[in-house]
Design a protein around this ligand. Sequence first.
Ligand SMILES: Nc1ncnc2c1ncn2[C@@H]1O[C@H](COP(=O)(O)OP(=O)(O)O)[C@@H](O)[C@H]1O
Ligand SMILES: [Mg+2]
Length: 400
Amino acid sequence: MSLSERAEEFLDHMKRVGIDLASYREKGLLKYYWLPLAKDARVLADKVVEIVVTEKPQRLVIDTLTPLLKALRAGASREFLHNLVNLVTKPSRITVYALLEVPHGSRTIGYGLEEFIADAIMLLRLDEYRGIVRRTLSIRKARWCPQTRMSYGFEITSRGIVVYREYIGGVKGRFDLSQKHSTGVPELDKMLRGGIPRGAIVVISGPSGVGKSTLALTIIKAELERGGKPLYVTFEESVEQVRYIARTLGIEGEFDIISLSPLGITPSGLYSIAIDRMDTYKPTLVVIDGIGIVLKWYGEETGLNLVRTLAYEAKLRGITTILTSLEDLLSGAGSPSLSTIADVLIGLGFERDNDVIRRVIAVLKARGIVHDTRVREIVFEQDRISIDKYERGASGINKP
Ligand SMILES: Nc1ncnc2c1ncn2[C@@H]1O[C@H](COP(=O)(O)OP(=O)(O)O)[C@@H](O)[C@H]1O
Ligand SMILES: [Mg+2]
């Protein structure tokens, strides 16, 4: 029942957000009543009750009850709610979704609804977050479940409503040691005793310019050569730039790239885009490059929760995840926050050797693997990455 929109208008609006109700209506599974406010509100109130009595639906949505309750005098609105709920919907076991507007500046709805009638209250809020609109859903009350007062960001997308639930529960999903991805660098594969386990969360950490993106793209290249389907999510570069660099690295196959910026979007917005891409593109491996800006912009806690949630969502889907992070773990300065979610942790760093800067690499952690623990030198060459013993005073690998 709608007190505001005609059926056609409503069905059209819903279709735009990926909710196609017209077919249900054609099949007779959904009935729609448009009930504009009458001169005498009591006539409308009686009509609402009468329709419910004759239709006996399983579920009833009233969108919105506010104008009717406002138009009825205090006593009459209480009587209406009592008739509707206690005499009709409760005895007939009809689930009622009553939509109401929260008065401006108020945190309650009134009409005794919260206390006496509702078994559950879901509060939807719209507010501003750094210049953008943020939607929040909080569960204020749910009689059948003790733990309430939870808040979630949510997005209205063209594929329906996406609720962003930060990953706070136990870790689900697992990696598979019997199946490995090559990193595209034979020596690194050896250090990892065969490559990256399928479904693992890999963190490549090191300061800017050390080669994280290049290594990540090399992993993408190897994944394409294996016949896998990689996805590259970047917070640092444009799609064109990633494509261009991929070509200079000799990557021929096509792979999906999304470039995102946290600046114009909420954490739940980023979440919904990333999850949607995982579910529609169905990658075998996802690189999430440059999470530094996410942590900076949203703040350490919110940013880390988002990254962690995305990594766990990928793991649940059996997708291997490569995250790149700015922590300089080899110099011992990194915070362990992201390292704890890593199944495989690879540190890259700079070493100053007299008047040259050289790059080093080490596997710091690889769950379930007795990995190489040596710090090695890594050299980025035009068409390959080589890793060898680090020898102070030697001026690079394979060079005189
Ligand atoms: N094709 C290449 N040939 C030689 N060096 C390269 C090549 N690609 C990248 N590099 C080296 O890698 C460095 C930057 O790597 P990048 O992966 O963008 O770093 P990060 O992502 O860690 O900031 C460059 O400064 C360059 O020295
Ligand atoms: Mg980079």
